[in-house]
Structure formats: structure tokens, C-alpha cells
Design a protein around this ligand. Sequence first.
Ligand SMILES: [Zn+2]
Length: 252
Amino acid sequence: MPSHWPIRPDVYEIGVRFTRLPWLTRAYLVTRESPRGLLLIDTGSAGSKERIRGCIQAAGYTPADLQAIVITHWHEDHTGALGALLDAAPHVQAYASPADAAILRAQQPRTIHRASGQLQHAPGKLAPEQVARVHDLAPDDPVLAGWDLRVVPAPGHTPGSIALHSPGRRALFSGDALGGWQRVLFTMMTYDDAGQMAASAQHLLALEFDTLLPGHARSIQDAGVRRPVGQLTWIERAIMQRALGLTLLARV
Ligand SMILES: [Zn+2]
């Protein structure tokens, strides 16, 4: 199975590391011909750099073309390779919401919640020089100008989770604020605030998009992706909720 593939000519999906598992997290590379450049959304866990580099090369670019790295939220499975990527592209700056950028810069473990209890989780490791290259991303930040990407605050999974909505592509880069697998939409098993996470997911589902590009599992390209129809069977609910701790939203 290749580790990256185009979703459309200017968006590549990359299977990157989820802790030690090789492909369970998703990063996305957005390309632009004029002015030529690349924007990377999330990085995967530590050890994901080569997969991202491989995608950059396959797309016909080099790390020197990278213009910015946008982080959807601070968790290690999305920020673990950030330090290595900043080293590989010394001109690049990283951006996250003010709340999650502060957590990334603090470089301290935090308590995160799940149905079965709490755990301590540390963001991707950054050297002091790299910490200084993590910036607050404003909703209308100039770094996103010309990329057809709009920041949508989606707190709950983490205090400062964001999604990136691309109206022109009718696509939603949802980070972990909204997940998808096959045609089932869900929120994640870990959270900072479960109520906020559910409200954010409902808000995202109201946006206009046909392509869902989530932080885990495969992207979904389907005109019906945000139109909930039908009901999950009790057995689907039982398996997904008990075994995986997922909150199911809809089946499309
Ligand atoms: Zn994640």
C-alpha cells in the first residue's frame, strides 16, 4: 500500500505514524503552482518525516517549497514529527490555534480524558529553537491567504482544536474534531471536553463539503458525506462504542 496518494491534483493524503503504528494518522499536503509552494497540515508521530518527504518528492516539489505547517491540534500523533520537519526546512514556521500553540510551546504533558479514565500525554518534542517557530494562527491569518483554507475553531478534542475548511474544493480538513471510517462519522475517544467536542462536530457537519479529510482513517469523498441518512444498527453502535470508545454521529 503506498503511503501517500492524491485526493485531487492539489491535495495529497499521507499515511503517517500513530505512535508506533505506521499509517494510522493522516497528514495532508496542499500544493500550489502559482505562486509555487506547499502547505502541510499535521505531521504524524515522531518518525513520520520520511513519509512526508516522500510525498513532497512524488508531488514534484522539495522541502524548500514548503511554506507553512498548520497543526490541527497539539497531540503527539499530529505533532511528533514537527521538530524533524522544522529541521529539514529551516525557513518554515508552524501555526496552531493560540490555545494549542501554547500547549505545544510549553512542552509539558497534560491530562486528557477518555470514557475509561484519564491519561497523561505529551506533545511532540521540540528543541527551544523550534518552540520559537510555533506561532498562533488567527482565524483570518495571512499565512493562509491564497490557499483557499479557512480556520474553523472546533474545540473539545483539545482546547484549541481547529478544522480547515476549503470552500473552493468543497473539502474539510477536520483534524480529530470529526472522524470518518467507511461511511460512519464519529468523534474521537479522547477529549478535553466531551460536550464541546460534540457541539464542534455538529457545527462542522453543517459546513459545505463533499470531501472529508480527517486526522485518522481514510478520507471520504462522497457528495453525501455530511448528510446523515439512516440509522446505525445496534450492533454497529455496540462494537464502535464499546470497543473503540467512539461517539457515533451519523451514517451517510
Ligand atoms: Zn489524533
